[in-house]
Design a protein around this ligand. Structure first.
Ligand SMILES: Nc1ncnc2c1ncn2[C@@H]1O[C@H](COP(=O)(O)OP(=O)(O)OP(=O)(O)O)[C@@H](O)[C@H]1O
Ligand code: SF4
Ligand SMILES: [Mg+2]
Length: 368
């Protein structure tokens, strides 16, 4: 194998021998028992004082088949045992193919979906079981920007109305200062003051996304989940919006969870990167570590597909063959094994442990 990160030693050879017989039920029970123990252990861990967001073993499933009494017969686990820490002022980029659970994870963290397991610790508080009344203040501190700026703005309100409403609801400034506050925010977001009286349909996609950004920031949030905020925009506009988000982050001290398909965008904006596949985190770490030294074969395959602007440099492409399996019925063992070019017998039966390999660099693969 060309990659020297995939260590060849006797122990590994034994573990990955193609002759070992595996009992799938036994392996599954062993894995579940170990995971339950780890979840219990982590519950009592102190919160990281530097983190704005700590996610521990987060799980979100959707029922997809029920019997006539409403009992769930089959569920789709969209987010399965995801853990990470995001420090104040940082950006965490989440990448992965369509359907891997990026949006569901973002929405579950914001408690727009109820979670089915794990902990969400926001700004030093465990909000996992907060009731809607307890979430009222926290809601203001956690905002979301959606992919589609066309459908996310009310068509019958002016820009001034759209931006004033959350400022009024959350009592951000006294009524007498509201208009001035909104105009200042518009200016920060690159919107001219005469847009105040205009309606969303009068604007281009890029301008509408600026309005969405201004609306999210109008309530002084701490965390902003940006769910594919530039995917629906022209390439020429994408860079402007990304730069705007980056500048606003610096001036307002924001923390971003930035979801995107586009690895070049994620590389530009992120401090940390999480790579998801079929609901699980495959690799997580600082941007520099993930790009200069990707550990997981899935990360390597994704990165190898980034076009290289230098025609003289040879591309070492790792092909991702086969369809993405259904998250309602993920493969046993390593869920990437049906598409992994390095898969061994062990990968089909035993779930690889999600381990820290270097400081803050995690991955789940038997061959690392
Ligand atoms: N409300 C729901 N009910 C049932 N299944 C759902 C629901 N919402 C999402 N899913 C499923 O959960 C999985 C993850 O979906 P999600 O939208 O989070 O993926 P994504 O990574 O954001 O994809 P994309 O890149 O296409 O936006 C998918 O299989 C999806 O079909
Ligand atoms: S554990 Fe998964 S990612 Fe690692 S070699 Fe096996 S199939 Fe590939
Ligand atoms: Mg999505």
């Amino acid at each position: 194998m060309a990659d020297e990160r995939i260590i060849e030693n006797e122990a590994l050879e034994n573990a990955t021998s193609e002759n070992v017989q595996y009992d799938d039920n036994y392996e599954q029970e062993k894995f579940l028992k170990k995971r339950a123990e780890q979840i219990e252990l982590d519950k009592n861990k102190p919160f990281d004082p530097e983190a704005l967001l700590e996610v521990r073993h987060l799980r979100k499933s959707f029922p997809i088949k029920k019997n006539m009494f409403g009992k769930v017969l089959q569920e789709l686990v969209a987010v399965d045992d995801v853990s990470f820490t995001l420090k104040k002022g940082e950006t965490l980029g989440i990448v992965g193919e369509s359907g891997c659970g990026k949006t569901t994870m973002g929405r579950t963290i914001l408690k727009l979906h109820p979670s089915n397991g794990g902990q969400i610790i926001f700004d030093g508080k465990d909000i996992t079981n907060y009731k809607p009344s307890q979430m009222r203040d926290i809601r203001r501190e956690m905002q979301i920007i959606f992919q589609d700026p066309y459908s996310s703005l009310p068509p019958r309100s002016t820009v001034g109305g759209i931006l004033s409403e959350p400022v009024e609801v959350h009592k951000i400034v006294p009524k007498s200062q509201r208009r001035e506050y909104v105009l200042e925010l518009m200016d920060k977001c690159g919107l001219r003051d005469y847009y105040y009286e205009r309606y969303p349909h009068e604007f281009s996609g890029g301008q509408r996304q600026r309005i969405c950004i201004a609306r999210a920031l109008s309530v002084n949030p701490k965390l902003v989940v940006c769910d594919e905020p530039v995917s629906a925009l022209d390439v020429s506009i994408q860079a402007q919006i990304i730069n705007l988000l980056k500048n606003l982050q610096e001036s307002m001290g924001l923390t971003y969870l930035f979801i995107s398909h586009d690895l070049s965008v994620v590389k530009f904006i992120s401090d940390k990167i999480g790579v998801m596949y079929l609901g699980s985190m495959m690799e997580f770490g600082r941007k520099e570590d993930i790009f200069s030294n990707p550990l997981h074969p899935y990360t390597k395959a994704l990165f190898s597909a980034i076009p290289n602007p230098n025609p003289d440099e040879k591309m070492n492409r790792i092909p991702l063959t086969g369809d993405i399996p259904s998250p309602a019925n993920p493969p046993k063992g390593c869920r990437f094994h049906t598409r992994c070019p390095y898969a061994k017998e062990i990968c089909k039966h035993v779930v690889p442990e999600y381990k820290e390999y270097e400081n803050g660099h995690f991955a789940a693969c038997h061959l690392i």
